[in-house]
Design a protein around this ligand. Structure first.
Ligand SMILES: [Zn+2]
Length: 254
């Protein structure tokens, strides 16, 4: 017991001052806590990559799935695959191209501009996307014997997307359990965090530099700090600046 505690303290110290992550950390973290198997709904962006690190600290086995719904930038899928590869996590791409047939939107169509009118949902919104994604994730998770499903949805910066709300996720969790007679647990570690808090979480997980340089959040498909101009880059950058200012004031993470 004592030895375990010491090792855990060592791990925390290591992730606090080396702001990086490597496969040996992951293997160690996985061997410390035997808590079943999880599927992370993974886009290769800041939020879902932070969720992936979060899951790797908690679950014995972790897999990732990415949905291909005809994103404008195929590089998103390649980055997602590359990130999973670097972290040594199994990754699967599922074809969801029917989503674009049902609901054309600015994420999939070049001829629809990325914009948001006041009081309306932004043109990047896809009706029912999370309902479909989480349901497909659950079907896949049960098939591989995973009970835990981790997603990066967040109500704090949610831009009015109804299926990012906590009440929706809780409702769907009950529905999925009834639909498949199975004890799924939907995890949403970012639900109440703003973008600055999400950077803080990545830092606490020892993944700050990795998330900053490897992930793609930009609507123009550029990795890291992105194009700097699109709404997604601006949101990410504003959160990063707020977090870095806080961190400096606190004299570094401890
Ligand atoms: Zn951008």
């Amino acid at each position: 017991m004592k030895k375990d505690q010491e090792q855990m303290n060592n791990n925390q110290a290591a992730s606090a001052d080396g702001r990086h992550w490597d496969a040996s950390n992951r293997r160690h973290a996985q061997s410390e806590r035997k808590q079943g198997k999880a599927v992370v709904v993974f886009s290769g962006g800041q939020d879902s990559t932070t969720c992936l690190f979060w899951a790797l600290q908690r679950f014995e086995e972790v897999e990732t799935i990415t949905f291909d719904y005809g994103q404008r930038h195929k590089s998103e899928l390649e980055h997602a695959k590359a990130i999973a590869g670097k972290l040594g996590v199994p990754h699967r791409i599922l074809d969801m191209s029917l989503l674009n047939q049902l609901a054309p939107n600015a994420l999939t169509r070049d001829d629809i501009a990325i914009e948001q009118e006041e009081g309306e949902l932004p043109s990047t919104f896809v009706e029912g996307r999370n309902l479909l994604f989480f349901s497909f994730a659950a079907v896949y998770a049960k098939q591989i014997g995973a009970r835990h499903i981790v997603t990066g949805v967040c109500e704090t910066d949610f831009s009015g997307y109804p299926d990012c709300r906590d009440v929706f996720v809780k409702s769907l969790n009950v529905t999925l359990n009834l639909a498949m007679d199975y004890g799924f647990v939907l995890h949403t570690p970012l639900m109440w965090l703003d973008k600055a808090d999400t950077w803080r979480l990545a830092d606490q997980l020892g993944a700050f530099d990795f998330v900053r340089t490897e992930t793609v959040t930009c609507y123009n498909g550029l990795p890291g700090d992105g194009c700097g101009e699109c709404p997604s880059c601006k949101l990410r950058q504003a959160g990063l600046e707020r977090y870095l200012a806080d961190r400096e004031q606190e004299g570094g993470i401890s």
